[in-house]
Ligand binder design. Structure first.
Ligand code: C5P
Length: 233
């Protein structure tokens, strides 16, 4: 893979409490990473103004709000995300077929792609069983990913451990985005299941999401360069 496609596949998680903390990272890394992820914390604090600002600066945004509601509400939220100009937004696959179909339809004709979150990686088999999901987690991930595909969604968010299987089962065109990426030797922090950038790309991920290994690095630009290099190895 060439260096430029590697750049476009690197998504940096802006896990910050406010604009003051997040914006310097955008300024520092704009042009050298592919996308910025705005999640629930930063969005709840700063709202769509910040998203418009990042998009307005010419950067791509993954709006990671994991919508899960009745179909018409999710459709409205996806349409609102599309009107902000975000490149990616996501919904919970467990919201069901009509909800996913409504989400896909709401993004139709826009440049926004809708991804499905299958199973939260924070839930193990026992926790899933407690809320009524008896299937083993990896079967559940595959079932929900297949459902997302048939509903017309563009792809899934998947833990790095599931990327190879999903790529094999769902074909080359379905987007797979994976967080939980750690360069070799890096601190795992609270991530239980991790992969290196090289492994995730080899397994077939289209996008890797990296947060703290870049944003908390003493030299974030050097961290980005090193990750990009690993992605093309
Ligand atoms: O700092 P770190 O690289 O662990 O950040 C990863 C990002 O991906 C965080 O924003 C986190 O919420 C998100 N994420 C994750 N694991 C998932 C889903 C999302 O780490 N299963």
């Amino acid at each position: 893979m060439k260096i430029e496609p590697a750049q476009s596949r690197l998504v940096v998680a802006l896990d910050f409490s406010n604009r003051q903390a997040a914006w310097p990272v955008v300024e520092l890394l704009r042009g050298i990473v592919g996308m910025f992820k705005v999640g629930k914390q930063l969005f709840t604090a700063e709202g769509p103004v910040l998203v418009r600002e990042v998009v307005g600066a010419g950067e791509k945004v993954f709006l990671d709000l994991k919508f899960h509601d009745i179909p018409s509400t999710v459709a409205g939220a996806v349409a609102a995300a599309a009107s902000l100009g975000v490149s990616l937004v996501n919904v919970h696959a467990s919201g069901g077929v009509p909800m996913m179909e409504a989400a896909a339809q709401a993004a139709g004709g826009t440049a926004t792609r809708v991804l499905a979150v299958t199973v939260l990686t924070s839930l193990d088999a026992a926790q899933l069983q407690a809320v009524g999901f008896a299937e083993p987690p990896n079967c559940l991930v595959l079932r929900l990913a297949r459902l997302a595909l048939t509903c017309g969604l563009a792809g899934v968010v998947a833990p790095p451990t599931e990327v190879a299987l999903l790529r094999k089962e769902l074909g080359p065109d379905f987007i797979i985005l994976t967080p939980g990426i750690r360069p070799p030797g890096a601190d795992r922090q609270d991530q239980a299941r991790v992969a290196t950038p090289a492994q995730a790309i080899r397994d077939g991920a289209d996008y890797i999401v990296v947060g703290r290994p870049i944003t908390k690095a003493a030299d974030p630009i050097a961290a980005v360069r090193s990750i990009l290099q690993q992605m093309i190895e």
